[in-house]
Design a protein around this ligand. Structure first.
Ligand code: DP6
Length: 332
């Protein structure tokens, strides 16, 4: 079994130091249509199941890396210089250290400038796009010339969902079975579906009550429903792949919604229970289901938080907007 540091060294191989000028890269946020919930390896952050996502277009993170003239590290998030004890700064520096350690103990300080264009209050997590953008930027900064597959393996060490944010479009994340995690990568699927639309409804922009890592650990360890989860994902994956290939919107929407609600039932049945929903989340779920009964092809998905993502076809956008005027349409 590898440690994180050995994992990175294995992928990077022997490196002679090449440093570029300031470098910038962008990665999109993504939303899982078949969710990842639960880790098969906590050190390497490997998932129990496969997952499948779609990118959120121009919503995401742009990250720059520059040489630090005074030798100290700086993490600047949305224009604010963070204290290096800030939990976000700690995660970023720990991640960068994995690369610095792998590159002949490169110890010079770096300035990391990260900007999320995800509007504050959009209720979309930025860790996926954040770690994907950081991984892409490190690759360019140190001239590592890694493949996209390798980037997806490395981004995963920052956040599981970041592995998928290396790519655009529909992305398939393999759980893999290798104890060293080398087969736990993401890849883009060769299908596009421009008429498929995503609308974001923000119920609360506050940080989640329980982090994904903690929530997953508790669900896996205590939820009596979790033993059914891997089988549910397997079946949902088959349905989702066929829905995408055939452009069967009802199958895509119903599978995504069932999968998300099944994940939340697992989470809610943890001991002690975890509930990511707010009363308004439940009201939106009811309204979506009611609209569907009235004939509107509209579905939803929800991550580890209270915010709802609507799935619909472009031709129904005006009808969906009239029911959910606060919805923000994702520009893909
Ligand atoms: C519900 O990727 O945030 O959004 O790997 O612990 O950082 P860590 O978890 P994270 O979890 C995402 C969970 C989810 C489902 C998904 O995106 O697949």
């Amino acid at each position: 079994m590898l440690t994180k540091s050995e994992f990175v060294k294995q992928i990077l191989g022997p490196q002679s130091l090449m440093i570029s000028e300031a470098i910038t890269a962008f990665a999109p946020a993504n939303i899982a249509l078949v969710k990842y919930w639960g880790k098969r390896d906590s050190e390497l952050n490997l998932p129990v199941t496969d997952s499948l996502s779609i990118d959120l277009g121009d919503l995401g993170t742009e990250t720059s890396i520059e040489y630090s003239p005074d030798g100290r590290d700086y993490v600047i998030l949305n224009g604010n210089v963070l204290d290096l004890n800030d939990p976000f700064a700690v995660k970023v520096i720990n991640f960068i250290d994995l690369f610095r350690d792998a590159i002949s103990n490169y110890r010079t300080g770096l300035v990391i400038i990260t900007n999320n264009n995800i509007p504050t209050g959009a209720g979309v997590a930025s860790s996926a796009s954040g770690f994907a953008a950081l991984t892409k930027t490190l690759d360019k900064y140190f001239d590592l010339r890694l493949t996209d597959r390798e980037l997806s393996l490395l981004a995963n060490l920052g956040s599981g969902s970041a592995s998928r944010s290396i790519f655009k479009g529909f992305v398939y994340r393999h759980a893999g079975t290798d104890p060293d995690g080398m087969d736990s990568y993401s890849e883009p699927l060769p299908y596009t579906w421009p008429e498929l639309k995503i609308g974001l409804i923000t119920v609360s922009a506050k940080a989640k009550r329980v982090s994904s890592r903690e929530g997953m650990e508790r669900t896996v360890a205590t939820s009596p429903l979790y033993k059914q989860w891997p089988q549910q994902v397997k079946e949902d994956m088959e349905k989702m792949l066929s829905a995408i290939k055939e452009k069967d919107f009802e199958l895509l929407g119903s599978t995504a919604e069932n999968n998300a609600l099944a994940m939340h039932r697992c989470i809610q049945s943890s001991v002690p229970p975890i509930n990511y929903f707010e009363p308004e989340t439940v009201a939106i779920i009811n309204k979506v289901q009611e609209q569907r009964k009235n004939g509107l092809p509209l579905y939803l998905t929800i991550d580890a938080g209270p915010n709802v993502k609507l799935l619909y076809l472009e031709q129904d956008e005006e009808k969906v907007k009239s029911q959910f005027p606060d919805m923000r349409v994702v520009n893909r």
